[in-house]
Write a protein that binds this ligand. Structure first.
Ligand SMILES: NC(=O)c1ccc[n+]([C@@H]2O[C@H](COP(=O)([O-])OP(=O)(O)OC[C@H]3O[C@@H](n4cnc5c(N)ncnc54)[C@H](OP(=O)(O)O)[C@@H]3O)[C@@H](O)[C@H]2O)c1
Length: 379
């Protein structure tokens, strides 16, 4: 069985490397909004590894040097206001150079920045490479957005300009749109777990699909909260969002084109660790299958993917993927149920790494640039 990541170079990599000469050698300037946030800190780390993206501006509500919020980062940079950044981006695009923007803002705040960029840049907005890490533009259908978030979408006219940012399932659209809404962390695991079997017609959409997920404390962002306080979180485990988690809507969106609307029972939990998501899916089979036949479906679906590995003979674990952009998948058939296990780092493959992967797709760079495929191995 192919373990895609283990091989030193994937098919997609080789193709990308072969065309590297054709890629513009000039660095592309990056503006990072929400600069003191947790995912912004991870993006700073990843950008250091990227051969062509270079940080030009960091937008923050605070004038503190970035190194105070992100002591792991060796660079230094003064922050700027959103208005200053939008102005700089407009000037950069007016020279016909490229510009790239990551929005690592709280949910709801990205839409206002997108509207401001669109208004200030005019026609040049179409040339801006933009990835939003929040949930503002993930759901293309305003009615689905309303049912997940409980209010009207703040900028429905911008929705069509965004592709859903999960490259393994939606690469062509990301390339075409030039703007992406990076998939949610749990949403990434939910879809990587179920899309291959759903697309292969292996699953029964009349019966409930069960997902049990555990996430680390970094999922709650940089600001301390009661649920992330160490004495409470350490050695503890609890369920939340039992009435339904917003990320379910992203799975609903993924399944709709297949004509599938199964009852989804997703039970998220907060776990006693900082990075990582472990998801266990129990999915009803529509026809007989074996572990081997299911493994073949998943291996084929992710063949050539640099950041998804399908394991045989071992189960995914968190430590192997921590700090990497990789998702590990295990597949097992028990009677009439397909069990799929997924681990990923919510900060990387479920957050900043996914956003950078989308940006690489948008800019035509090799998808692996700036993105580690190897986990920490130890804590
Ligand atoms: N953490 C994860 O695992 C994860 C994974 C996937 C997606 N996401 C999404 O990605 C986005 C960023 O996540 P994060 O974990 O980096 O969040 P975070 O740590 O809370 O950072 C968000 C940053 O946005 C800025 N900001 C601007 N207006 C703000 C306001 N009114 N209130 C609070 N902060 C404001 C702040 O930066 P300044 O102080 O510099 O202004 C803040 O540090 C969120 O939409 C989140 O849902 C998070």
């Amino acid at each position: 069985m192919s373990a895609n990541v283990g091989s030193p170079r994937t098919a997609r990599d080789s193709k990308a490397q072969a065309s590297e000469q054709a890629i513009d050698q000039a660095a592309v300037g990056v503006w990072l909004f929400g600069a003191r946030g947790l995912l912004a800190g991870e993006l700073l780390r990843l950008l250091e590894l990227h051969p062509r993206l270079s940080l030009e501006g960091a937008v923050s509500r605070s004038a503190q040097p970035l190194s105070q919020a992100h002591p792991h980062w060796l660079g230094d940079k003064l922050t700027q206001t959103s208005e200053e950044a939008v102005d700089q981006i407009a000037k950069r695009l007016a020279t016909k150079d490229k510009a790239a923007v990551f929005l690592a803002l709280p949910h709801g705040d990205s839409a206002a920045v997108v509207a401001a960029l669109h208004q200030r840049l005019g026609k040049d907005f179409e040339r801006l490479a933009l990835v939003d890490l929040a949930a503002d533009f993930r759901l293309a259908d305003p009615a689905l957005y309303r049912s997940a978030y409980g209010h009207e979408h703040p900028a429905p006219a911008e929705l069509a300009g965004f592709a859903y940012g999960l490259p393994e399932l939606n690469r062509a659209a990301i390339q075409k749109h030039g703007r992406a809404a990076a998939a949610g962390c749990f949403a990434t695991a939910l879809q990587l777990a179920s899309a291959p079997a759903a697309r292969a017609g292996l699953l029964d959409a009349k019966l409930p699909w069960h997902f049990f997920g555990v996430t680390g404390s970094s999922g709650s962002g940089a600001e301390p909260k009661p649920g992330t306080h160490h004495p409470h979180r350490h050695g503890n485990l609890w369920a939340y969002s039992l009435e339904g988690h917003r990320h379910q809507a992203e799975l609903v969106q993924c399944l709709r084109p297949l004509g599938m609307e199964p009852p989804i029972v997703f039970l998220p939990h907060s776990g006693p660790f900082a990075r990582g998501i472990h998801l266990t899916a129990a999915l009803p089979l529509a026809r007989a299958a074996t572990t081997q036949s299911a493994l073949e479906i998943y291996s084929q679906a992710y063949a050539g993917e640099a950041f998804v590995e399908v394991l045989e003979g071992r189960v995914p674990d968190l430590r192997s993927v921590a700090a990497s952009n990789r998702a590990s998948i295990g597949v097992h058939v028990r009677g009439s149920v397909l069990c799929v296990l997924v681990t990923l780092d919510n900060v990387v493959k479920g957050g900043a790494g996914q956003a950078l992967q989308c940006m690489n797709v948008i800019l035509g760079f090799p998808e692996t640039w700036g993105l580690p495929r190897f986990g920490l191995g130890v804590c």
